[in-house]
Design a protein around this ligand. Structure first.
Ligand code: GTP
Ligand code: MG
Length: 230
């Protein structure tokens, strides 16, 4: 990561803001979610890629989002509220993972249908953080998801791809994974990420703050994660 591109003060601010995150509600379907005006960012990706772990790492909380060795742990939409002084200026959504072979076809279809409805219809959705395992890159179901949100890609709607578990790769493999992610999704921002090694936390925090506070004058609103290199 080219750390001189990061404004340390802005990154510190963004991390502090994310630390205010608290659990809001859980729902089995989009229609059960509260209607809110606050911008929302969804964490999506294949089962077991590390969505819940990433939310815990970014919010510096250990048990906020369930994280498990057992794939398929997150079955509902979990919503978290972010904002200082008890005010909610942003929501984060932890979505069930897709692509887990051991669930029934009926469950798979229910989850995929629910995910697509959420991504296409949730009015306050401002962006998605798509996580993929850095060792495997973007898979067909990830690309299908990117297609589903493409119609929403009007100004301000962001897509951040986190190449997770990069601690399991060598530096050379990390560089290849990053290049592969960028080639597969040229319109998205792409970062290497590791929760245990704390890779990508500052950049991802700035991205989240920037895409939910578009009018903020802080550098966080303008930092382009596309410019960063491993
Ligand atoms: N080495 C390493 N392991 C990770 C990382 N992120 C997550 N894991 C591990 O991967 C497993 C799955 O993590 P979860 O956060 O539960 O994954 P998830 O995407 O929320 O899974 P579902 O809810 O089933 O879709 C856990 O054993 C985590 O400890 C990472 O950055 N590095
Ligand atoms: Mg999960």
């Amino acid at each position: 990561m080219d750390s001189h591109l990061l404004d340390p003060t802005a990154a510190h601010e963004a991390r502090g803001w994310l630390h205010t995150t608290r659990f809001l509600t859980t729902a089995p379907e989009m229609r059960h979610l509260p209607k809110v005006a606050a911008p929302e960012i969804a964490f999506v990706g294949r089962s077991n890629v590390g969505k819940s772990t990433a939310i815990n790492a970014l919010t510096q909380q250990t048990q906020l989002a369930f994280a498990s060795r057992r794939p398929g742990r997150t079955r509902d939409i979990n919503l978290f509220a972010v904002g200082r002084l008890g005010r909610t200026d942003t929501l984060l959504a932890d979505l069930p993972g897709y692509g887990y072979a051991a669930v029934s076809q009926a469950d798979k279809e229910r989850w995929q249908g629910m995910l697509t409805r959420y991504l296409v219809q949730r009015p306050n959705l401002r962006g998605v953080v798509l996580l993929c395992d850095a060792r495997h890159g973007l898979r067909p179901l990830d690309l299908t998801l990117l297609e589903a949100v493409r119609p929403r890609a009007q100004s301000g709607f962001g897509v951040l791809i986190l190449m997770t578990k990069c601690d399991k790769l060598t530096r050379a493999e990390q560089a290849r994974a990053l290049a592969g992610g960028r080639a597969a999704a040229p319109d998205a921002d792409v970062l290497l990420f590791s929760a245990p090694k704390r890779v990508g936390l500052d950049d991802a925090s700035l991205w989240l703050h920037g895409h939910t506070h578009p009018d903020a004058a802080a550098p966080s609103a303008t930092l382009s994660t596309k410019e960063t290199t491993p």
